[in-house]
Design a protein around this ligand. Structure first.
Ligand SMILES: [Zn+2]
Length: 232
């Protein structure tokens, strides 16, 4: 009885790390099994698919779960590259993993719909206004760095270090309240978009987001509708 129960639970655990396909065409491949049995990846994918319109994840050929060298090298736990989402096999809960996957889907959407997202410069202008505000705020608190540092749209490691190590994440988080939806959104223009996209689909209360970042909100809102996009 006991052994049978054990075998049953082992089988259940193994099932959680078995490759699978969804009817919508997502393929999940386990390079390594999940490190805990707290997250059922099928539940995560079901959640992602239930939240996102199908045309927004059509770029994704495969989601690969495991641990990758890039995670160590870049201190990240997920990334997107050429149709593949690489995501960590260590996750706190369903939302934690759904957050990672939706965030990487956002980066996949930037490629076919880059012109729609960035072409009119509305997101860029909003982002730069916030970065300027951040510069002034930090300057007034004694964190003095040149404005040009803040006007770069791309991810910059030196800037990242300045924010997270010199200023510090906690201080930054409280200063950025009401400016950026999260400190990570301040990292680069692409992260500004990806965090907004993720927030839109994971948190059904859009009030704060819409108020704080109306330009990026409008883009993410419109992306839901395939008729707005050049999809044939
Ligand atoms: Zn990102």
């Amino acid at each position: 009885m006991h052994i049978k129960h054990l075998q049953k639970s082992q089988k259940k655990r193994l099932q959680k790390s078995s490759d699978f396909y969804t009817p919508n065409g997502l393929h999940v491949f386990f390079k390594e099994p999940m490190t805990g049995d707290n997250v059922d990846v099928e539940d995560v994918i079901a959640k992602v698919e239930s939240r996102l319109p199908k045309h927004l994840y059509s770029e994704i050929e495969m989601i690969i779960v495991g641990w990758f060298d890039e995670f160590e090298e870049r201190s990240i736990n997920a990334y997107y590259d050429s149709g593949m989402i690489y995501v960590s096999n260590t996750q706190d809960d369903i939302n934690d993993m759904a957050d990672d996957i939706i965030h990487e889907i956002a980066h996949s959407v930037e490629i076919p719909h880059g012109y729609f997202i960035y072409g009119d410069n509305k997101i860029r202008d909003e982002f730069l206004r916030k970065r300027k505000h951040l510069h002034d705020l930090l300057w007034s608190k004694g964190f003095k760095a040149p404005l040009s540092f803040f006007m770069n749209l791309e991810y910059d490691e030196e800037f990242d270090m300045f924010l997270y190590e010199k200023v510090g994440y906690d201080k930054l988080a409280s200063m950025l309240q009401g400016v950026f939806i999260s400190p990570y959104a301040a990292t680069s223009l692409q992260e500004y978009f990806a965090t907004a996209f993720t927030e839109f689909y994971l948190d059904s209360d859009h009030g704060f987001f819409k108020k704080v970042s109306p330009a990026v909100y409008e883009k993410v809102y419109k992306l839901q509708n395939p008729d707005e996009l050049d999809i044939h």
